[in-house]
Ligand binder design. Structure first.
Ligand code: HEC
Ligand code: HEC
Length: 417
């Protein structure tokens, strides 16, 4: 049914293509919002058909506890949901408890929320994440807003496609240890949950057909269902797009810059989630993009420090050196420090970095002029920003903060009971 789509207004369709074809219009949000609405009709019509598991909304009957009804903001049609893990309210409730529960780590000290804290838009505000046994992760913990729409997961892995599969890494990974669940404590962790006052009931209502539902498969499914509910689209920017609020003149100037050809930000951060990897159930991106932004250039040969060489770590292909997923910029004010290795401390410094066309690492182990990295996306050199432009862009980026998202009780740890 979607074969006929070649609508250049379709954000979701454009995002997988390259160069000029991916550009969004830059005539301000009024136009962009209209186009997003068109894009929804074009791409999202008949949405959800590839995901048989999602119930279609019924206006008349109130949903039962295990039915699911998406309440989606403009620009977001239904996300991909694996057929074997349909959404349900009971699963989301269970997943929310587990996400925040330190008993899920081997030594009982850390939960998902330790590195993905709601008040920080589900990041940890550290340059590099730290696991339950103190091991330092080579990368910066990512925010989880609208994570259900990401085409690929983590900073630079074209093969990481589902929240369920991604979760094996923080739960069971050993390089580095994050939650530190292993063969020695796996049964003990389950026993902690099975002997709890409320978990057996929560598992039973999330997986009613199973006799013995407290198991790892169900833990993963429930947390993934919770993650799919982490929707952030009520920032000042969104409200101004909906005509409910006005941006200041400076913010509006920053917005025009952001979506314009001079700053080029929206060429990689132009989807409804302000990145360029955006898939929906109705429209799956087939060729998600990764970019080298010129952070490093070790020995002048384009090198990035191991094990942070981007997609190259997976493919070994030279062109993939330093190629990372463009990060979502929603709530960006709350998620410092920045970049895959947390190596840029402030938004102002990120804007200086783009204005310079990359980073010159003057000395030390990683010395080299990233501005000359041979694998750098050529558009980074073409960005030109005056001090005034940077101030305007900074003001705009701060309109992407969604205070309702970071304070919504539905995403917080449930009260201990
Ligand atoms: C020790 C800190 C830490 C813990 C604990 C942790 N994470 Fe993460 N998380 C990270 C880091 C670091 C990344 C980026 C990984 C990479 O790029 O390789 C990440 C990435 C992710 C992503 C990908 C986001 C995106 O935009 O692609 C998801 C989803 C995620 N984590 C979910 C979870 C869940 C669910 C748990 C609990 C089961 C969890 N994490 C526990 C640090 C952590
Ligand atoms: C060619 C694609 C591209 C363009 C153009 C681009 N970015 Fe990025 N952006 C990226 C990628 C890729 C990353 C992650 C890089 C990394 O960590 O190695 C990123 C990271 C960021 C981050 C840090 C996000 C985080 O969570 O750590 C911010 C902020 C940002 N970009 C803002 C902007 C702004 C503002 C502009 C316009 C001036 C812009 N970007 C233009 C691709 C791009």
């Amino acid at each position: 049914m979607l074969d006929a789509i070649d609508n250049e207004n379709c954000v979701e369709c454009q995002a997988g293509t390259t160069g000029a074809a991916r550009r969004r219009p830059h005539a301000g949000w009024a136009v962009a919002a209209l186009l997003a609405a068109l894009a929804l009709q074009a791409c999202g019509g008949g949405g959800g058909s590839s995901s048989a598991s999602v119930d279609s909304p019924q206006e008349t009957a109130p949903p039962e506890s295990n039915e699911w009804r998406w309440d989606l903001p403009t620009g977001f049609s239904e996300p991909v949901v694996p057929a074997d893990n349909p959404m349900s309210a009971a699963k989301v409730q269970l997943g929310r408890s587990l996400f925040h529960d330190v008993r899920l780590s081997g030594n009982g000290t850390q939960s998902c929320a330790s590195c993905h804290a709601q008040e920080s838009a589900f990041t940890d505000n550290r340059a590099l994440a730290r696991g339950s046994t103190g091991e330092v992760h080579p990368r910066n913990a990512q925010p989880l807003a609208n994570v259900a729409w990401n085409t690929t997961l983590t900073w630079a892995n074209p093969n990481e496609r589902t929240l369920e599969h991604q979760m094996l890494t923080p739960l069971f990974g050993t390089n580095p240890v994050e939650l530190g669940v292993n063969d020695g404590n796996r049964a003990e962790v389950l026993e902690r949950l099975a002997s709890d006052a409320s978990y057996p009931r929560l598992f039973k209502s999330a997986f009613p057909a199973q006799d013995d539902p407290v198991n790892w498969d169900n833990i993963i499914k429930a947390i993934a269902a919770f993650e799919r509910t982490l929707i952030s689209a009520d920032s000042r920017y969104d409200r101004s797009a909906a005509g409910q609020e006005s941006l200041t003149e400076q913010e509006a100037r920053g917005m025009r810059l952001f979506f314009g050809d001079q700053a080029k930000c929206s060429q990689c951060h132009g989807s409804p989630n302000f990145n360029d990897q955006f898939s929906t159930a109705a429209h799956l991106q087939t060729a998600p993009a990764f970019h080298n932004t010129g952070l490093f250039n070790m020995n002048g040969t384009g090198g990035y420090p191991e094990p942070n060489r981007g997609v190259f770590e997976i493919t070994g292909i030279a062109q993939d050196m330093g190629a990372f997923r463009a990060a979502s910029l929603r709530n960006i004010e709350l998620t410092a420090p920045y970049m895959h290795d947390g190596s840029i401390g402030t938004l102002q410094a990120v804007l200086d970095f783009y204005a310079d066309g990359g980073r010159n690492v003057g000395n030390g182990l990683y010395a080299g002029d990233g501005r000359l990295n041979p694998y750098k996306d050529p558009r980074i050199s073409q960005i030109s920003l005056s001090d005034q432009d940077k101030a305007d862009l900074l003001a705009f980026l701060k309109t992407l903060t969604d205070t309702g998202f970071v304070t919504n009780p539905a995403f917080a740890a449930p009260d201990a009971d």
